[in-house]
Design a protein around this ligand. Sequence first.
Ligand code: TXA
Ligand code: MG
Length: 331
Amino acid sequence: MKLTDLDDAKTKLLSGDVVAIPTETVYGLGGWIYSDAGLKKIFSTKERPFFDPLIVHIDSMAKAKLLTSQWTEIHEALALAAWPGPLTLIAKKHSSVNPLITSGLDSVGLRCPRHEITLKLLSEIEGGVAAPSANKFGKTSPTTSKHVFEEFGESVSILEGGPSEVGIESTVVGIHKIDSQTVVEIYRPGFYTASMLEKILKNANLPAKVIYAASPVAPGQLKHHYMPKIPLVIVPDDFNWDKSHGLIEEKLGMTFKNPKLWTLSQNPTLASRELYENLRSFDQEGFDISLTSKIEYHHSEDWLGIWNRLEKAKTLSLEREEVRPKLSDDK
Ligand code: TXA
Ligand code: MG
């Protein structure tokens, strides 16, 4: 594994190279926002299409403000309450922001990560560091340096920062005015839920409606994402492999010898921290398919971020109705 230290990471970034940086959500593949070469290298290393905009990481609100032409009181209140932390704020971009970062959009994603080492690095860099998750496009995000190494091998230098505490990517929000009412729209769910953001704004005397985007407005929010190497199947909670695996084999057109039936930890904080590590570990442990189910209490808001990732990472979902007849047939 090619590890780097703060000084070397800084030199690399400023000279147009990419460096994997730790954050509290997932590791990012960083490139300096003022280096065309660095930004292009992010896309080529990840094999990421240019239509998917990047998030800029900064260590202070002052730096965020330099990158936008419209920092509203809502941005200010959310940043004051949540930064450093897992919340990305979309704001109208400043004309100086490289279109490679924004995919030509007129807005930019800004985030101040809650990670000591990366905050120190960012404090020593002019502007900020653009960083998507440090994984090949569409694949499972990395929460440890080892995961980053598994993705890119020796080709990417890694700043070691220990395992990511939150474990899933930041909540991404856009801010609009609709009929003079402020609406905060969650493009990608994460640690910060609509209720939490509503409470922050209420406390700041800026009442706003916080909604979850109905359709994936964020350009990178494709249907399939975060995909593990072996198929992931969402099954009913009374699923029984021995009785019902025929249906899955039929649907996927493959046979499976070594299934991993797993459940998320009961605590959503822990479940999100472990999620990507779990998904990555199963194929390494020799399983050829993994299966999990959405339990009753997973329908609460705290689980939205986790299930958003699982729904995109899944290969197949078995509706209750599809499996039930099979189960009762077997009885
Ligand atoms: O937690 C995170 O946000 C991690 C760490 C590394 O900070 N980063 C991350 O980046 O998840 P990425 O590139 O994997 O996801 C960024 C998301 C994408 O869905 C992208 O479409 C959206 O943010 N995004 C970025 N800029 C945007 C913009 N101007 N308008 C709408 N969506 C934007
Ligand atoms: Mg990503």
